[in-house]
Design a protein around this ligand. Structure first.
Ligand SMILES: [Zn+2]
Length: 503
């Protein structure tokens, strides 16, 4: 190759790389038969996004996006399905690369950890050994407390460390078990880490240690490896205990914090392998495994960590324990379920409920009332379940009797007054952002632009793509490039892309 020819070609590739950067070639999301249809709505407020997601017929979820070029930390809220988010996620990196899963209040979820320490303040700390010791300790405790078998192979280990900071996420995919919600996860973790939390408080003089406590502490496994120093040289924990709060935002696989260039990737000491479904890339299956609330209702065990109810918590949450039954956040649905489990003078009660956010299912375990549609009579000892499908707006009965294991009754419609779609009417002003075909999420000009799906249709998109001349030039250079690209390596293309990355 002579120099001039090569130079021209390189220039052309660079130009192309630039236009790819500006207008990534995203194909429109076309759901397969089993995938949800397109829903893509962006809201300025989290609560509106959550209400909207609950009212959708499709299995959609709420994600928080940190918006570029705004004051640090400003977030907007995207409602879409897992498959559609994944479809656009890798293309629209400028809009979607700082993306967080919103862990809905009360939703069944996986056990998860956020781990970090400041490297310069902890010289000699071996992060990998700390992670593997923690995993082993948590697995032992899962066995002690719940009798659940678990090993490092169940734990997806994600890394977003930098020179400054060691940073990991651990997501436990337990076999046939999940936690009732992230509050229960937090209580479990607080409880099993109590020895090292007490030690920290004792050292800080916050806790006078009785001789018994001291003895018990010495008998506990040594958890001092979880103690690290923060930037100011003060003691703190390797485990962030602040991530188990209501509607917590948890950063996604392949996302980075705003202004940081360290996205979560699979750690090199990860031992988890995601089960790839047919036609799904390994990366997508890791993405799905990393989602804390991606738990389907399979009749699995739901783990809880109850705290003794104090006077204070009773007054704070008066609706949680009412006439002996545990009520869910959807009280109108609870009332309806109670009306369903009443027959022949027997009034059933709600023993417990679990909320599967991924499928919008409320699963009620019923006490006292055992009428089963499968056997057409009352069971003597085994209890029944009432499953309410909030997106389909139906309910059906399932059963704990071993003979009825795979039974599911017919579906019956929910009364319209308790359907979420009836209660929730979307105010157009609530949705103030739109995404164009180039993946830019911007405030909408007028509320009238709000359409069912905010990804523009083909006809609407022409102005986004520039005038016809640009389109023709673009297509021509793309065509030239494709015909001549045989001897240009992927690595060179990637280098060009990286060089022209505006970040
Ligand atoms: Zn039955």
């Amino acid at each position: 190759l002579c120099g001039g020819h090569w130079g021209d070609r390189l220039k052309k590739v660079e130009q192309l790389a630039q236009s790819f950067q500006l207008y990534p070639l995203a194909t429109r999301y076309k759901p397969r038969l089993w995938q949800p249809s397109s829903i893509w709505k962006v809201f300025p407020r989290q609560n509106t996004a959550i209400s909207f997601a609950q009212s959708c017929k499709e299995a959609v979820h709420v994600f928080a996006l940190e918006k570029e070029k705004t004051s640090q930390g400003q977030r907007i809220y995207l409602v879409t399905s897992y498959s559609e988010l994944w479809h656009y996620y890798r293309t629209y990196t400028h809009s979607l690369m700082h993306c967080y899963e919103v862990i809905p209040e009360g939703a069944v979820c996986k056990l998860y950890f956020d781990l970090e320490f400041h490297k310069p303040s902890n010289k000699g700390a071996d992060g990998k050994t700390m992670v593997s010791s923690l995993i082993q300790y948590v697995c032992d405790k899962l066995m002690d407390v719940y009798g659940i078998e678990c090993s490092a192979k169940n734990v997806l280990n994600l890394d977003s460390s930098t020179e400054e900071k060691f940073s990991r996420h651990l997501i436990f995919s337990l076999q046939n078990a999940a936690f009732k919600d992230n509050i229960h996860v937090g209580r479990f973790i607080h409880a099993i880490l109590q020895p090292v939390i007490n030690k920290k408080q004792a050292e800080a003089g916050e806790l006078a240690e009785s001789p018994q406590t001291k003895k018990r502490r010495q008998e506990e496994k040594d958890l001092s490896f979880l103690q690290v120093k923060n930037k100011d040289g003060q003691n703190c924990l390797f485990v962030d205990l602040g991530v188990y709060t209501k509607n917590r935002n948890f950063r996604l696989y392949k996302s980075s914090k705003m202004g940081k260039n360290s996205a979560f990737s699979v750690a090199d000491d990860n031992k988890f392998t995601a089960k790839a479904e047919k036609g799904m890339s390994v990366e997508e299956s890791i993405f799905l495994a990393s989602l804390v609330c991606n738990v389907s209702f399979t009749g699995q065990r739901i783990l809880t960590w109850e705290v003794p109810e104090t006077k204070e918590s009773k007054t704070l949450r008066p609706h949680w324990s009412l006439s002996g039954s545990q009520l869910s956040p959807h009280q109108e649905v609870d009332t309806f379920v109670l009306s369903v489990v009443e027959k022949d003078g027997i009034q059933g009660s709600i023993r417990r409920w679990n909320y599967f956010a991924a499928e919008q299912l409320l699963v009620y375990d019923i006490a006292k009332y055992r009428w089963c549609e499968n056997v057409k009579r009352f069971h003597k000892s085994n209890n029944i379940m009432i499953v309410v499908d909030l997106k389909e707006e139906v309910w059906y009965q399932k059963c704990h009797d071993p003979d009825c294991r795979n039974f599911r009754s017919s579906s019956y419609p929910l009364p319209q007054e308790i359907c979420v779609s009836y209660i929730m009417t979307l105010d157009e002003e609530d949705q103030a952002y739109l995404m164009d075909d180039a993946g830019n999420i911007e405030p909408s000009q007028t509320a009238n632009q709000v359409t069912q799906s905010t990804v523009c249709s083909e006809e609407q998109s022409s102005d986004v793509w520039g005038d016809t001349q640009d389109d023709q030039d673009y297509l021509k250079s793309l065509n030239d490039f494709e015909q001549n690209s045989g001897d240009i390596s992927d690595q060179l293309l990637l280098n060009c892309m990286a060089e022209f990355d505006p970040q």
